[in-house]
Write a protein that binds this ligand. Structure first.
Ligand code: ADP
Ligand code: MG
Ligand code: ZN
Length: 474
């Protein structure tokens, strides 16, 4: 009955050495107010100087989102009062942003769709208020950190599409190495605008703006909640009030923050302390030609060159470092499927449970491929291999040392195994006869006996094959 209409505004902190308009270090987690100077504290008479790297990062991201970089762009002051904003205005971009009219391709239930990106602009972050007991403290380390704001057209039509868009956007920004995109540290933030309209209607409905979601899942959940809430209001014949709502994770509800009546007039005007910037086509082309491989291109290449499935590639390509790790392993041991299975399975299990990324795990590609090749050659069982991986990560011992120490090598040497099997056959003539008279279960019993005789060290697959062969030749 109603169509969902969503538009997303994403703020990504740019990964630069220094802040957007001063020389203070852009660093998360430093002691409060130790990364500040007259510029980012808004002292009278101080002057901003644009960080070139922030600008380049912005261009890269805009180009990767297929936006049109504007040939002339400028900064504006957006005025409002808040204790975390010492200048009483934020340097942002208003009427002449860095880039316009892009799009991001997403996949939704095997269908492709391009989410139109309306604009991409640069601005600065505010400081951080820390509410403690009766009062509040303010930390200005974050004030002046460069931000990229990426705004979509209201053409996202479900919470799932919003989730996909955000995941893809994050992957792109991370591949470009322009942002860490860590929502927990606040380096990626998303405001979601949502309205409903009757199916077939052209005019947009009244929207609400949702804030304060700290994961993509929370964005999806908040949007689903808001669809139900707005549907209820519309169905009872009432009108939606245009307002900003905060998502409350604990009660899983949206809570009113401010309504449109209190909407602010920011009194934008051109920042007089920064020049306008002219971007020639050559300059834009130079940045475009130097873009690294992006997630979608990498996925296509992985499917084509390594014969991996869509499913595997989706997971491997989520993190560029994991994709790189895969390729490093493949160079040493060209078994794409085995490596992929190990990265998606046991290795990502270890990464999650240790809360580490693949680089800080300290397992070199040759170590992983050694382990995999032991399994692939039936020298150790899959189960033992997982045990070896965990032990390797908990110690400085090598894969080979651990296998030896734990005595995990399976017997696949046919001489040794052959002797055990012969002994089992002669000791279990009844089962041998059962097998020849067609009782398939008897074979499993005999395999079990071989496993027992070998103290669990026979390779069951090899043992079964050898048994079968010997029994048919009896
Ligand atoms: P505002 O001035 O309130 O910030 P904008 O026009 O700049 O509004 O849009 C902000 C975001 O809200 C954009 O992502 C846009 O796509 C989205 N948006 C605008 N109108 C609607 C609507 N009626 N329903 C859903 N999203 C909307
Ligand atoms: Mg807005
Ligand atoms: Zn500073």
């Amino acid at each position: 009955m109603y169509e969902t209409v969503i538009g997303l505004e994403v703020h990504a902190q740019l990964k630069t050495r220094t802040k957007a308009f001063c020389g203070c270090l852009n660093e998360f987690g430093a002691p409060a107010n130790t990364r500040t100077c007259p510029v980012c504290l808004g002292f009278p008479g101080s002057l901003p100087v644009l960080n070139e790297m922030a600008f380049e990062h912005g261009m890269k991201a805009a180009l990767a989102l297929n936006c049109q970089i504007q040939n002339f762009t400028k900064f504006d002051r957006k005025h409002y009062f808040y204790p975390d904003l010492p200048k009483n205005y934020q340097i942002s971009q208003y009427d002449l942003p860095l880039a316009l009219d892009g799009g991001l391709k997403i996949k939704i239930k095997d269908r492709e769709k391009t989410i139109p990106v309306k604009r991409v602009h640069l601005e600065e972050d505010a400081g951080k208020l820390i509410h403690e007991g009766e009062g509040s403290l303010v930390d200005y380390n974050r004030a002046g950190v460069p931000l990229l704001e990426i705004v979509t057209e209201p053409e996202i039509h479900s919470p799932d599409e919003a989730y996909e868009y955000l995941s893809e956007l994050k992957a792109i920004l991370k591949y470009l190495e322009v942002s860490d995109c860590d929502m927990e540290k606040g380096s990626l933030r998303c405001d979601a605008n949502i309205s409903l309209r009757l199916i077939g209607a052209e005019k947009l409905g009244t929207k609400t703006e949702l804030k304060n979601m700290n994961s993509f899942k929370a964005v999806r959940e908040a949007l689903n909640y808001e669809i139900k809430r707005q549907t209820g209001i519309l169905e009872s014949g009432q009108r939606i009030i245009q307002e900003t709502l905060l998502w409350d994770e604990v009660s899983a509800k949206t809570v009113a923050m401010r309504s449109k009546e209190e909407a602010m007039d920011y009194r934008y005007f051109t920042e007089p302390d920064l020049p306008g910037f002219v971007l020639t086509e050559e300059k834009i082309k130079a940045v475009k030609d130097n873009l690294p491989e992006l997630p979608q291109a990498l996925k296509q290449r992985f499917i084509r060159d390594y014969g991996l499935s869509d499913y595997d590639v989706e997971i491997l390509a989520q993190e560029k470092r994991v994709a790189d790790y895969f390729e490093a392993c493949f160079k040493i041991y060209p078994q794409a499927k085995s490596i992929s299975n190990w990265l998606i399975g046991p290795l990502s299990y270890e990464l999650n449970s240790r809360n580490l990324d693949i680089q800080s795990l300290g397992l070199k590609p040759p170590e992983l491929t050694t382990l995999i090749s032991f399994v692939d050659q039936d020298k150790i069982s899959n189960l033992s291999a997982k045990e070896v991986l965990t032990a390797r990560l908990n110690s400085k011992k090598t894969v080979e040392e651990i296998i030896q120490e734990k005595d995990l090598l399976q017997i696949c040497d046919s001489g040794e195994l052959s002797a055990i099997i012969d002994a089992v056959i002669s000791a279990n003539q009844k089962s041998v006869q059962d097998y020849s008279s067609g009782k398939a279960n008897a074979l499993m019993f005999l395999v079990g006996q071989v496993m027992r005789q070998s103290k669990g060290k026979a390779n069951p697959k090899v043992a079964q094959e050898m048994l079968k062969e010997k029994l048919t030749n009896v």
